[in-house]
Design a protein around this ligand. Structure first.
Ligand SMILES: [Zn+2]
Length: 211
């Protein structure tokens, strides 16, 4: 029974990463999981991501761009938004707003992040994982960028919980595990490991080691 719950959780996370599921990662097969599975089945192309990996892959298995670049790093960011920003609105609306910032203010063709994590732990894809993202100047090839909603006024050395929720902590760890199960990740870093910035508003290596 526990194995079945873990398998369903892996499936829900895979559906979440593909943008088909926004429900809880609880291992319970409800109507939302059922609907997400039917939707993804109808579009056969995304099935690759649905195999829960039994073992950690030996090498990179996700590639970006036409080169293509092997994905081996996850970089964590924050949206630098106030905790109450767009409160009560769905994550899709927040994604649309961040997408607008990146297109209008940065001149990018679309949202730069591959995944967003809301205050309640909901996860929504931005750019496809197989596209090169835009998150760190000069450091985007082979990187999956994850952005936490929140983090306004944070400092580079803050503890995670000063700026983000316990639900975000769980969702971020779950998302990282799901990505690692599919491609050999050798580095998990924060934007502040690559540039003199506060983003994401905590020390990623300390947060990882605390688990
Ligand atoms: Zn950043």
């Amino acid at each position: 029974m526990t194995d079945q719950i873990e398998a369903l959780k892996a499936l829900q996370m895979a559906l979440t990463r593909l943008g088909y599921y926004t429900g809880a990662i609880d291992g319970l097969f409800g109507p939302r999981t059922d609907a997400a599975l039917k939707a993804v089945s109808a579009e056969g192309g995304a099935i690759r991501n649905l195999k829960p990996a039994a073992t950690v892959p030996a090498g990179p298995m996700i590639f970006q761009g036409s080169a293509p670049y092997p994905v081996d790093e996850i970089v964590i960011h924050c949206a630098a938004t106030h905790p109450d920003w767009m409160r009560g609105q769905p994550l899709a609306a927040k994604r649309k707003e961040i997408d607008r910032w990146h297109r209008e203010d940065r001149g990018w063709r679309k949202i730069g992040y591959h995944h967003l994590i809301d205050r309640d732990g909901a996860i929504l894809p931005g750019r496809a994982e197989t596209e090169i993202g835009a998150g760190v100047e000069g450091h985007n090839r082979g990187v999956i960028h994850i952005c936490l909603i929140g983090g306004s006024g944070s400092a580079a050395t803050d503890p995670f919980e000063r700026n983000f929720t316990a639900a975000q902590d769980r969702a971020l760890r779950g998302l990282i595990d799901a990505i690692r199960a599919e491609t050999a990740i050798t580095r998990i870093t924060g934007h502040n490991d690559h540039a003199a910035k506060a983003c994401p508003g905590f020390v990623v290596r300390n947060w990882i080691n605390r688990a």
